[in-house]
Design a protein around this ligand. Sequence first.
Ligand SMILES: Cc1cc2nc3c(=O)[nH]c(=O)nc-3n(C[C@H](O)[C@H](O)[C@H](O)COP(=O)(O)OP(=O)(O)OC[C@H]3O[C@@H](n4cnc5c(N)ncnc54)[C@H](O)[C@@H]3O)c2cc1C
Length: 458
Amino acid sequence: MSDALRPLIVGAGPAGIRAAQVLVDAGLRPVVVDEAASGGGQIYRQRLVPDERTPRDLYGSEAGKATALHEAFARIRERIDYFPQTLVWNVRGKTADVADGGRTRRLDFSHLILATGATDRVLPFRGWTTPGVFTLGGAQIALKSQGCAIGEQVVFLGSGPLLYLVAWQYVKAGAQVAAVLDTAPFSAKLHLLRGLLSQLGVVMRGFRYAAQLMARGVSVHFGVEPDRIEGETQVEGIVWHERGKEHRLACNAVGYGFALRSETQLADLAGCRFIFDGRDRAWRPERDMAGRTSVPGVYIAGDGAGIAGADAAELAGERAGLALLEDTGRSVDRARIAVLERKLAAVQRFRDVLEAAFPFPGKWASSATDDVLLCRCEEITIGQVRAAVRDQGVHELNRLKALTRVGMGRCQGRMCAGAAAEILAATHGQPLEDVGRLRAQPPIKPLPLEIMVDGEAA
Ligand SMILES: Cc1cc2nc3c(=O)[nH]c(=O)nc-3n(C[C@H](O)[C@H](O)[C@H](O)COP(=O)(O)OP(=O)(O)OC[C@H]3O[C@@H](n4cnc5c(N)ncnc54)[C@H](O)[C@@H]3O)c2cc1C
């Protein structure tokens, strides 16, 4: 057993914090890096500037869990090396390149726990780049961290539990929600009844959000097919089809998203093997129940390894921390591990229910029109992608990137690659997994050039 262990945890969300806690309890001193200003991750994000809102105002029914996680992090702060507002932009071997403020430097590690979470899954449609359109997560971040709404009359659109949650949070905060447009049919929600036995509290909370939205006069529409967002310099309205009829509603902001996608680039750069996850319609790093990847010493926990939610992220972080201890010859509590794995398995079963209740809009790829911008960084339309696919016989995503520049811009495919894969697969009528996935390239997010030069020279 080596005392020179230097575990690096990327991400101070529920998964990262719980992993750090396990390591600290075992006498280790992990390094924790997060690009956010404070711990908590996406769901338990903290305010940028203190205001009068209570944890209950910010996190609703999850206030207890948020406070517990923040307190757990505060308790271990002196026993970890914590670097907030620091981006890990590359991993090579046992070294991570990190950037904070005006410089980049290297952090050596003995073990790596990736707890990088997820972001919204975006599917483009006409008008989605109009000022005033946000992702659901972006709309929520504005509310949680800055206490402001994305507009005076907001429409929320998409599929996934976050759709109702964010709409409810806006209403509760006093914002005017013009409508909730759910792309799934109402009948899909009946699948939630299957989750009543295993996750009664979660299901009831979802029903309560929907009921309270309707009680406050928010019109909720199901089976919606988005057509376009109107407005030139600012959102003015949204048009959709529902049971064959066109509808229009005036609004000045739209929050939309279709569930989440895992942040997997660092796992890719670390050399982890990926597998296709049909439920998430995405490639994700392969890992066992404990979070071990195909690369010895590299672990993944939380939404970065497939979407499972915040409770699962805490459990998975704890489990990954224990796996690291086991792998370095430390004794661990087998009974604790058995409980964690049983709970994680139950969450995975419930995820099947959620996916059925909030399905991916299967018709999107065939119905999206050619004029829609697919890759906003490089300004490439769906029509240009379809033409390249047909005319140049492209069958694979990296080839599509090379020929069209889709995914080559600032977002490095984090926003557009999923949609591009859907279009590519639908154009040829081939299974989604057959088109592959974009290979990650460092830096995984944009960095100022002078930082790179200084860093290399240092
Ligand atoms: C925008 C958004 C809002 C959400 N809101 C809710 C909600 O209200 N309720 C709910 O139940 N679920 C919500 N979810 C889902 C929920 O947040 C997740 O299930 C849960 O937070 C997963 O925990 P995690 O620790 O895996 O990741 P996260 O909580 O996402 O934490 C990951 C952390 O890693 C950091 N990170 C990522 N990459 C890097 C990098 N390269 N370098 C440095 N740091 C990095 C991020 O800054 C982040 O703090 C939301 C998800 C998103 C994306």
